[in-house]
Ligand binder design. Structure first.
Ligand code: NAD
Length: 437
């Protein structure tokens, strides 16, 4: 018998996310009650934030915070500033956070927040008033033991610093553990900046070990040369992998011999442009490379494809043209469910986003632990602890994939769901009540 409440069935992008959950639930042998719990976010708040603009006018912005599940620990997830933010999207992102935290076994549930705004249109002071106003409205909903925000699309360490400060004023005491991704002087963790790229790199190192790869023989294309893309490319380059293509929102470059990644990063940071160069100290020379589009980059005949830009890049339209046998999803949701089916049928091995990009939330967890302890770790300690978690959980998912003969995404969800289900079961379920007779 279905226990679903038809009036509040999941809709839109959240409903799509739930569809993937239902697929993996069978492998995890999830009972109907647990599945029903996960189909509905636990709590959410919708707020209207009045902001005095620099010209004296008043604008009202709309924002959300969704706590999807907190059975395994406080909700955890970023705050996104984007004109396309919607409640449906925030619910889906919160659900993914529940799964991501469970897949790597950190003691958090899932949450997410967002404000409908184009932050590029706001001055620094307007952005600060908006961020502080949002925290004043959701202050009773979040907290170090209930729900811990972090940066997401178009929010950064500076904004997290304002938010922590505003929350601390509300509490009448400094409360750094309420938010992660803070500036280092305000209690941020060393190693948070490259954690997502580094976590993906540790996954690739495990693949390398399983498949006996020789890095110099492996060609790599990276879509999106931002924070996560640059760091994973740089670490792989350091090990001798051949990064033959990179791109940003304006397009990409291809070079058969591979790029010198530190030179590319230097120029990108200095000029904001992606130029094929080789630098010797401060002297940089252009190197020959082919200009390609982002679509062409995805379809290159490379061994390893790393989408590290946006969602929905590989769909049913182009999945048939993707040649890479290995894909590591550094971006959230770069492959649609239809694209996923086509690639999986073709035999591509996809390391899914909830595992591949979980390095970021793992080091956020380290930041929260350090804030609560008031004792801060060295960069070596952060890297070592991240490696232990990423390698352990990658191998658990890889082994489950092999044992059950399923794709890695299904295995990752099943791995996560088992942990969530164990926590829900321990709280008391139908079985718990019916055993006594
Ligand atoms: P970022 O803004 O630093 O970089 C994004 C890069 O993608 C930029 O170089 C941008 O030019 C490029 N880009 C934008 N539109 C593009 C397009 N149409 N085609 C190709 N490139 C395009 O962002 P980031 O922090 O590196 O995040 C990248 C992805 O990784 C996002 O999906 C994000 O959700 C995901 N992610 C990031 C983190 C993190 O800690 N940074 C954690 C988990 C997931």
């Amino acid at each position: 018998m279905s226990t679903a409440s038809p009036a509040i069935e999941p809709t839109g992008v959240f409903a799509d996310a739930i569809k993937r959950l239902e697929h993996a639930a069978r492998l995890a042998e999830l009972d109907d009650e647990t599945l029903e719990r996960l189909r509905h976010p636990k709590a959410l708040i919708e707020v209207s934030i009045p902001v005095r603009m620099d010209d004296g006018s008043l604008r009202v912005f709309h924002g959300y915070r969704v706590r999807h599940d907190d059975t395994r620990g406080p909700g955890k997830g970023g705050i996104r500033y984007h004109p396309d933010v919607s409640l449906d999207e925030v619910k889906a992102l919160a659900f993914w956070m529940t799964c991501k935290c469970a897949v790597v076994g950190i003691p958090f549930g899932g949450a997410k927040g967002g404000i409908i705004v184009n932050p590029k249109e706001l001055s620094h002071l307007e952005l600060e008033r908006l961020s502080r106003g949002f925290i004043r409205l959701i202050g009773d909903f979040i907290g170090p033991e209930t729900d811990i925000p972090a940066p997401d699309v178009y929010t950064n360490a500076m904004i997290m610093g304002w938010m922590m400060d505003e929350y601390s004023k509300m509490q009448g005491q400094r409360t750094p553990a309420v938010i992660t991704g803070k500036p280092i002087p305000l209690g941020g963790s060393l190693g948070r900046d490259d954690a997502t790229g580094r976590g993906a790199y540790y996954c690739i190192k495990e693949l390398e070990r399983h498949l006996s790869w020789k890095p110099s023989e492996i060609t790599v294309a990276v879509q999106g040369f931002g924070n996560a893309g640059q760091h994973v490319a740089s670490l792989l380059h350091g090990d001798g992998y051949r990064i033959v293509a990179v791109s940003d929102s304006r397009g990409g470059s291809y070079r058969k011999e591979g790029f010198d990644i530190p030179s590319l990063i230097k120029i990108k940071n200095e000029t904001r442009a992606l130029k094929a160069v080789y630098c010797d100290g401060s002297v940089c020379e252009a190197v020959e490379a082919e200009t390609i589009t982002n679509e062409q980059l995805l379809e290159l005949d490379v061994d390893l494809l790393i989408p590290a830009a946006l969602e929905n890049q590989i769909t049913e339209t182009n999945a048939g043209d993707i040649k890479a046998p290995f894909i590591v999803e550094v971006a959230n949701g770069p492959i649609t469910s239809q694209g996923d089916e086509i690639l999986t049928e073709r035999g591509a091995l996809i390391v899914p986003d909830i595992l591949a990009n979980a390095g970021g939330v793992t080091v956020s967890y380290f930041e929260w632990v350090q804030n609560k302890q008031g004792y801060y770790w060295t960069i070596e300690e952060v890297h070592e602890r991240l490696l232990v978690i990423m390698a352990r959980e990658f191998n658990a998912v890889y082994d489950l994939m092999k044992a059950k003969n399923v794709d890695m995404r299904t295995a990752a969800y099943a791995h996560a769901l088992k942990r969530i289900a164990a926590a829900i079961e321990a709280q008391g379920t139908q079985r718990y009540f019916s055993n006594g007779e």
